[in-house]
Design a protein around this ligand. Structure first.
Ligand code: FAD
Length: 380
């Protein structure tokens, strides 16, 4: 790779950090610009399925994740009131043998902290909110809210659902609100007073559900995330808290295990669930999008961060193959290799049927971003 060729990545979230790590491991200079001044461990769990774990393995995180995270033996799909099991889906060794990587559950903040260690410290710049950019035949000039600017050879925007870069490239269009909110939190398992939960269960009601699982190897922390109708709530913020009594009332008829968990929980965050239709294009010239910036999805299939990580791996392969002189071509190959898969996952996630009563998970968990075919871009 040419000495001075550098890719600027906007956003040090799940996708941005993974992309930086993958590019740096491939010998490509990458620098990340993040608007936040610091990161905090806010209450949220995250599921890392085998397709994501294959990406994380290649950037060196598998041993630390195995030590820290919880490996469920199965996921149960249960009826909301009776607890009747509609599906007992094997994870544990069965999934690991089948897909070549484990299915792990963890705290999102712990995963983020580990992802941070995969990128050289001096290459993650904080308090850098991108406000505008210009591109020409040689590179991209980035401008930040603090008045500073920087010049990179190409830019990857991993700036999330409300991507400012997406808006600058393709015009403003708000994501659509699903009419559902996610209450979510993590809390010490000791608050259950010696009682326990299943490894990982999704409790299905007619118009709402709740997913409950452990997030640590030694089962000392519990996480839940809900989907509850609420037509008028539009706030999507890590700091927005929910009303515990409203949450408990929303699940009042549910099985006693659900009531037990909600009773034990000390506080919750509340998050509007947004989505967007698949986009026809992700790239323009030397700029492309990655992760939620180009394919935000409902969390109901637990694939948002996983697909952002897949994007990162495929992007690093495309840039390596095409070389710095052909970066525009590399971005087109990347989006053409990724668009159909992410659009299908967006669609299935939105239908909220994943692992309800049956399911073939091969096409999702069996995907290996390091060896999946790279399609040629369609002619314009
Ligand atoms: P983000 O992780 O959102 O990162 C974007 C980053 O860009 C942020 O750090 C932000 O501060 C920064 N940024 C934004 N604008 C700018 C700017 N102008 N300049 C500089 N920086 C900027 N996914 C899973 O795979 N498994 C799960 O179990 C799962 N559970 C979920 C549960 C819920 C309730 C929700 C809402 C989502 C869940 N997801 C899950 C989805 C997952 O969280 C997202 O898909 C994932 O975080 C997307 O990663 P990203 O890097 O694209 O964006």
């Amino acid at each position: 790779m040419a000495e001075d060729f550098t890719i600027g990545i906007i956003g040090a979230g799940m996708g941005g950090l993974t992309a930086a790590a993958a590019l740096q491991r491939a010998g490509i200079k990458a620098r990340v610009y993040e608007q936040a001044a610091e990161f905090t461990r806010l209450g949220a769990g995250i599921q890392m399925s085998p397709n994501a774990m294959k990406v994380l393995r290649a950037i060196g995180l598998e041993p630390a994740l195995r030590e820290m995270a919880f490996q469920p033996q199965h996921q149960l799909s249960r009826e909301w009131r009776s607890g009747e099991v509609n599906l007992d889906y094997p994870f544990g060794k069965v999934a690991e043998d089948k897909y070549g990587a484990p299915y792990l559950l963890m705290h999102r903040g712990d995963l983020h902290r580990l992802l941070n260690t995969t990128v050289r410290e001096e290459d993650v710049l904080r308090s850098k909110r991108l406000v505008s950019f210009d591109q020409d035949g040689d590179g991209v000039t980035l401008r930040f809210a603090d008045g500073s600017s920087d010049r990179v050879s190409a830019m990857v925007a991993a700036d999330g659902t409300h991507s400012h870069v997406r808006e600058l490239l393709f015009g403003a269009a708000d994501p659509s609100y699903t009419g559902k909110v996610a209450y979510r939190t993590t809390f010490p398992a000791a608050r259950l007073g010696g009682r326990s939960i299943d490894d990982c269960t999704k409790w299905w009601g007619a118009d709402r559900h709740i997913v409950i699982y452990y997030t640590t190897h030694n089962r000392d922390e519990i996480y839940f995330v809900t989907s509850v109708p609420e037509p008028d709530w539009k706030t999507e913020s890590w700091s927005a808290t929910g009303d515990l009594e409203e949450l408990r009332a929303a699940f009042s008829g549910f099985h006693p295990t659900v009531q037990m968990v909600l009773e034990a929980c000390p506080q919750v965050h509340k998050w509007a669930i947004l989505t967007r239709e698949p986009m026809p294009a992700w790239s323009k010239g030397r700029v492309t999008l990655l992760g939620d910036a180009c394919h935000p999805m409902t969390p109901w299939m637990a694939q948002g961060a996983a697909t952002a990580m897949e994007d990162a791996a495929v992007l690093s392969r495309c840039v390596t193959e095409a070389g710095p002189r052909n970066i525009e071509q590399a971005f087109l190959t990347y989006e053409s290799a990724r668009k159909a898969r992410t659009a299908e996952i967006q669609r299935v996630s939105h239908s909220n049927t994943w692992l309800h009563r049956s399911g073939n998970t091969d096409w999702v968990f069996g995907y290996d971003a390091w060896s999946a075919p790279l399609k040629e871009p369609e002619p314009v």
